[in-house]
Design a binder for this molecule. Structure first.
Ligand SMILES: Cc1cc2nc3c(=O)[nH]c(=O)nc-3n(C[C@H](O)[C@H](O)[C@H](O)COP(=O)(O)OP(=O)(O)OC[C@H]3O[C@@H](n4cnc5c(N)ncnc54)[C@H](O)[C@@H]3O)c2cc1C
Length: 405
């Protein structure tokens, strides 16, 4: 009898899983269950070209509608899974119990919201995860409106760039001593900050938010830690996400920061896998959870390979990107644990790359408007080669020499 695979969630990871499993197993019955109304779509453009109006909604779809029929993949949208019964190998959907042989939990993550007690539930205070969120925010982007972004991470900064591009007046408030503190070096953060300032965005670092206040139930201004206030017509809160692991916890699966999986993407139940933003896996000896398209796709494909009988471990070379204005930031590797960075001038004006090391060990590169540096850094990591800090910093050193076969 054909194996039945079910996914909870119908996003980036679930689609990659379904496509790979179909490629490896022509007979498998594949069912994706997603709570959003839309067919699976890509999220990155939501804070970039979709919100600026340069990209139409139908181009967001990960696969055209006919792909699901052509590949015999059932995709139930607008349907929430309410429980996993791990012992019975069933998921509950409304009153119905759906059996599975293999389950992939690909439920993604939910943005952290501000508490209601400090104004988080006022009208025009948004988080940004879904197409519906992006549409709600876009509907408030009147020229000359005042936008406030809470949190200077990638999502907040991309939203700030969209607002500034569309002629809004923008403030970014960051509690830490600099933007991108959790993810990038001080050099990269300073570069990104200068680009925002050149576009008229006011970036307030070392600044805490006391509360949001409104009139008639709608945001009117923010009160900051020093008692000053900023007027705002709309607020985007970009203060990180929490993994959607509640169903897994209720089912007794081992969870920490997300659902813990082994090197074959298996949870603590051998027939239940997890992938994407919700999954926590070991990378270079430490558990981590990656929130990226690369990880969602490759980890989910890995789950399909394991289910189809593969035994290779999942050892990714992570990569990520962020577009703000005409600045393209590309990141290869993971800089966790770095104790040193060097900056390499870009091959073109307006570009640079920052290379991260732990001692002499090369970990990662951030390339701003410098696709060559990104490409070489990524290749070096993929090939298991290395670069010294001196070589990386020397614009005359030919990085190509390091990736010769
Ligand atoms: C605005 C934005 C910009 C981004 N930009 C970039 C970028 O530039 N580069 C990059 O690499 N990454 C970017 N990302 C991150 C990237 O989109 C995510 O890492 C990726 O979507 C993760 O895929 P996933 O399948 O794990 O989760 P998702 O794509 O979020 O899919 C999970 C799905 O599961 C559904 N679900 C949850 N619980 C249930 C349930 N109980 N029943 C049914 N369905 C359920 C959710 O509603 C959701 O539709 C961005 C994300 C956002 C929000």
């Amino acid at each position: 009898m054909a194996m039945k695979a079910v996914t909870i969630g119908a996003g980036q990871a679930a689609v990659a899983f379904a496509a790979k499993l179909r490629e490896l197993d022509g007979d498998a019955e594949i069912l994706m269950i997603g709570e959003e109304e839309s067919l699976p779509y890509q999220r990155p453009p939501l804070s970039k070209k979709y919100m600026t109006g340069e990209m139409e909604a139908d181009r967001l779809l990960l696969r055209p509608a006919e792909w699901y029929d052509d590949n015999r993949i059932e995709c139930r949208t607008g349907t929430q899974v309410t429980q996993i019964d791990a012992a019975a190998k069933q998921v509950h959907v409304g009153g119905e119990a759906v059996s599975f042989d293999k389950l992939l939990i690909a439920t993604g993550a939910t943005p952290r919201a501000l508490p209601a007690a400090i104004g988080g539930e006022l009208g025009n205070v948004f988080t940004l995860r879904s197409l519906a969120d992006a549409d709600r925010i876009a509907a408030q982007m009147m020229e000359d409106a005042k936008a406030l972004v809470i949190g200077g991470g990638y999502i907040g900064l991309e939203a700030a760039a969209v607002f500034a591009t569309r002629g809004l007046k923008v403030h970014v408030v960051e509690m830490a001593d600099r933007i991108l503190k959790r993810v990038a070096s001080a050099e990269t953060a300073a570069f990104v900050r200068s680009v925002h300032e050149a576009h008229g965005v006011s970036v307030l670092e070392n600044t805490s938010l006391e509360r949001l206040e409104g009139s008639g139930g709608k945001i009117s201004h923010a009160v900051l830690g020093d008692g000053s206030s900023i007027e705002a017509d709309l607020v985007v809160v970009g203060i990180g996400v929490s993994p959607n692991d509640a169903l897994a916890r209720q089912a007794g699966l081992v969870c920490g920061n997300g659902i813990e999986v082994d090197e074959g993407t298996r949870t603590s139940h051998p027939d239940i896998h997890a992938a994407g933003d919700v999954a926590s896996f070991e990378f270079h000896g430490q558990r981590c959870r990656l929130e990226s398209v690369q990880n969602a796709i490759e980890q989910a494909e890995h789950a399909a390979k394991t289910i189809a009988g593969g035994s290779e471990p999942y050892v990714p070379v992570p990569w990520f990107w962020s577009d703000q204005y005409d600045m393209k930031l590309q990141i290869a590797g993971l800089n966790t644990g770095f104790d040193r960075t060097v900056t390499r001038p870009g091959s073109h004006e307006g570009g640079q790359s920052v290379w991260y090391f732990s001692g002499e060990k090369f970990l990662a590169v951030d390339a701003i408007n410098d696709p060559r540096a990104y490409m070489f850094g990524k290749k070096i990591l993929e090939m298991g080669r290395t670069v010294t800090p001196e070589q990386a910093a020397d614009a005359d050193f030919d990085l190509k020499a390091l990736i010769k076969p």
